[in-house]
Design a protein around this ligand. Structure first.
Ligand SMILES: [Zn+2]
Length: 268
């Protein structure tokens, strides 16, 4: 089918061809699953997610009480796409060690951290001739898992990437990541998409796209309460709600997501 850009066309393709497994970008697949719930009731039993990190809330939502297996893939263009993938135990990527040598380092000092400690993922290509990379910094935050996977693989295992280091925003001395927000927002089944911008020093502007059958006022109150509890009022959230226009088109913002730091002097 190719890249998912139109939910209606993708759903028709899945129905017509009796497809049971799909590969896609997390927010795109989430949009498909939320727009076309029946697809996941009757057809899709396996999903492989790639390109962007994957929030646990998204996996939980897609797995539908275990009726659908959600696999995570890790890779980037510089790795030659594939870096690692989860086995059926769904507990961390099994790394492609025959081609890539992975390290986890302290992002400031560049020194290798102890196994099991979080840091920045760095990799070296082992047998590439055209564009070899040595200790290439990915900007991704993760850690190695020290225990052997239940499948018994000898390959090194890495916990699911926890998001890009650059998607961390420091507001009034407190840090907030896109992942933190994903875990909260994506747990709401009626949320189709969202975007976060920061203009003022301590205020985050959140634009939410909700399913049109949602009670926006009740949603906003519930979310405000949850944000208050989760962040103990360290951040001031301004919430704007847009009704989903039921467009079957998938937007660019669902592909490469980021926190938009629009404060003066912020790196764009
Ligand atoms: Zn395994």
């Amino acid at each position: 089918h190719g890249v998912l850009d139109d939910v209606e066309a993708a759903a028709a393709c899945i129905f017509q061809n009796g497809i049971t497994a799909i590969v896609g970008i997390p927010m795109q697949v989430s949009y498909l699953a939320r727009m076309k719930k029946e697809l996941f009731d009757t057809h899709i039993k396996k999903v492989l997610l790639s390109t962007d990190y994957v929030a646990d809330a998204l996996v939980k939502s897609l797995s539908r009480n275990g009726t659908c297996q959600v696999f995570n893939h890790y890779g980037m263009t510089e790795m030659g796409y594939g870096g690692g993938v989860e086995c059926a135990c769904l507990s961390g990527y099994h790394l492609r060690e025959n081609d890539l040598y992975f390290e986890i380092v302290d992002p400031i000092t560049g020194k290798v951290v102890e196994d099991g400690t979080y840091g920045e993922v760095v990799f070296t290509t082992l047998n590439r001739q055209a564009m070899p990379l040595i200790r290439y910094k990915t900007g991704d935050r993760a850690r190695f898992l020290v225990e052997t996977c239940a499948c018994g693989t000898f390959l090194r295992r890495m916990e699911k990437v926890r998001g890009r280091i650059e998607n961390t925003l420091s507001v009034e001395g407190h840090e907030i990541t896109l992942r933190d927000l994903d875990e909260i927002f994506l747990a709401y089944e009626s949320l189709m998409d969202y975007r976060v911008e920061c203009y003022d020093p301590n205020r985050l502007h959140v634009r939410l796209v909700l399913d049109k059958n949602t009670d926006a006022k009740a949603f906003q109150n519930a979310l405000k309460q949850e944000l208050h509890v989760r962040f103990q009022s360290k951040f001031d959230f301004e919430i704007e709600i847009e009704e989903d226009d039921r467009s079957s088109k998938i937007t660019r913002s669902m592909i490469k997501r980021k926190i938009h730091d629009c404060r003066q002097g912020a790196k764009r």
